[in-house]
Design a binder for this molecule. Structure first.
Ligand code: AMP
Length: 240
């Protein structure tokens, strides 16, 4: 991270949009109240691919499937796919991660109400998760916003949701590099030349996150990559 450019990723989730809490949440997160500045904002229709990469650490857990349904908007807008979206925001400034976590509050809305009345997640809810026999096997936490947990997570998440070109260059916190090659994506595979139905990820001259470009080069030459291909391409497929 470049000095003085601490960043964090915030997602205003579908339950906040559904309950018309977006304006309220944004007021609490205003530059005036937080001392942080907006570095990037976009409305994102969350694909399963993006959701799966964002919540990769929860894969296999009892609540995983409902978490994916939740963040993709399938729970709060089951019959209105055009409304299935989140507001993704990068906040930048001193202690960005800590400040946003404090305003968001504890993950579980019940605990948020007990421990920190007034925090954003105190306005959330917890829904029971049932198995096919109707037995409660876990819970889904509809907690209105996501805020990166650590600086390391913030870096991973900012690069997962945003391309360098979504952020003013002077606000880039992470290293970028100019691509010298074409990279295309089709059916889970990386291609060097265009094929019918492939999507252009990067072309010569495009500014790409350095870590993504290194990973693309590794994948292209069949070397092990530290970043899964889906994690790189998901942001290039946003809103396509
Ligand atoms: P985290 O990665 O800790 O930010 O958690 C991501 C999201 O997963 C949370 O906002 C919750 O919606 C959900 N979640 C985390 N832990 C649990 C849990 N133990 N039970 C149900 N949902 C959870």
């Amino acid at each position: 991270m470049k000095e003085g450019l601490e960043q964090t990723l915030v997602l205003i989730k579908p339950d906040a949009l559904r309950n018309s809490l977006t304006g309220y949440v944004l007021s609490l997160l205003s530059e005036y109240h937080t001392g942080l500045v907006f570095a990037g904002v976009k409305i994102v229709h969350v694909t399963t691919m993006l959701a799966a990469e964002h919540y990769a650490e929860h894969r296999g857990k009892i609540f995983y499937a409902s978490l994916i349904d939740y963040i993709t908007g399938a729970i709060h807008y089951p019959t209105a796919p055009e409304k299935q979206r989140v507001v993704a925001i990068i906040y930048q400034g001193p202690e960005a991660v800590t400040k946003l976590r404090a305003i968001a509050g504890p993950t579980n809305p019940h605990q948020a109400r007990d421990q920190k009345p007034g925090c954003i997640r105190a306005l959330g809810t917890v829904a029971p998760l049932k198995n096919t026999e109707g037995k409660v096997v876990g819970e889904r936490m509809d907690n209105l916003i996501h805020a990166s947990a650590t600086d390391e997570e913030a870096q991973r998440e900012v690069k997962l949701w945003f391309r360098p070109s979504d952020i003013p260059p002077a606000m880039h916190a992470y290293t970028t590099r100019e691509s010298g090659d074409h990279f295309y994506f089709k059916n889970g595979r990386l291609l060097s030349t265009h094929e019918q139905g492939s999507v252009l990820i990067a072309a010569p001259g495009d500014i790409v996150w350095e870590s993504d470009l290194s990973a693309l080069e590794e994948i292209r030459s069949s070397r092990p990559s530290s970043i899964p291909l889906d994690s790189i391409v998901a942001k290039y497929l946003i809103n396509r």
